[in-house]
Design a protein around this ligand. Structure first.
Ligand SMILES: [Fe+2]
Length: 201
């Protein structure tokens, strides 16, 4: 005999994907004019392998391509918030940290989450050799210490993003993620950033 019940699906995680190949190309040209040596941010060096990282102020520049990047990313996040909240508001968005990575052969980035922000993004500038790994793995924040048929509904352990030139993903800051080992010879270039929402208009 069927029973009446109420079904609630709790704690889903929003994850948004955009694409801007043209802007990625322009950012790549800009990054090529800069020089970095090792992990200049000096943040969590122990979880980063065979990659260089800029300081965390990459967007603090009035160079045209950076201004365009800030404007584009802020408009994406505005679209995300309006989609989630079913509104049509404007938002003042701060990029609290912003940086770029240049990964070389056998580069990887161990499991981590970003702090001091609500939303984070990864913009894949140059994906490098696509069949050489280096995918970004986002881990399921719902963790179960027991698995049987009753846990099948949440057994997805990760969401895998395959880098592609111009691909841009936004995710909530609590989502832990890592980059698997990238074995290509061509450089893998990624821009990443953290956002906080200062105001709603
Ligand atoms: Fe990250």
């Amino acid at each position: 005999m069927s029973k009446n019940f109420k079904k609630n699906l709790l704690f889903s995680s929003p994850f948004f994907e955009f694409e801007n190949v043209n802007l990625a190309s322009k950012l790549h040209q800009h990054i090529n004019t800069l020089n970095i040596d090792g992990i200049e941010s000096n943040v969590a060096n122990q979880v980063k392998h065979n990659l260089s990282e800029s300081k965390f102020d990459f967007f603090n520049s009035e160079v045209d391509v950076i201004k365009e990047t800030r404007t584009f990313l802020a408009s994406c996040l505005k679209d995300i918030l309006n989609n989630l909240y079913n509104t049509d508001d404007d938002y003042k968005i701060a990029f609290t940290d912003s940086w770029y990575h240049i990964g070389t052969k056998n580069s990887s980035h161990d499991l981590h989450a970003h702090i001091n922000c609500s939303w984070c993004g990864i913009f894949y500038i140059q994906s490098g050799e696509l069949d050489k790994g280096g995918h970004t793995f986002f881990c399921n924040p719902i963790f179960s210490n027991f698995l049987d048929i009753g846990t099948v509904h949440h057994n997805d352990t990760e969401h895998i993003v395959i880098p592609k030139n111009g691909k841009l993903v936004f995710f909530p800051s609590y989502l832990k993620h890592f980059q698997s080992i990238y074995e290509g010879n061509e450089q893998r270039v990624v821009v990443a950033f953290n956002c906080s929402i200062l105001e709603k208009y």
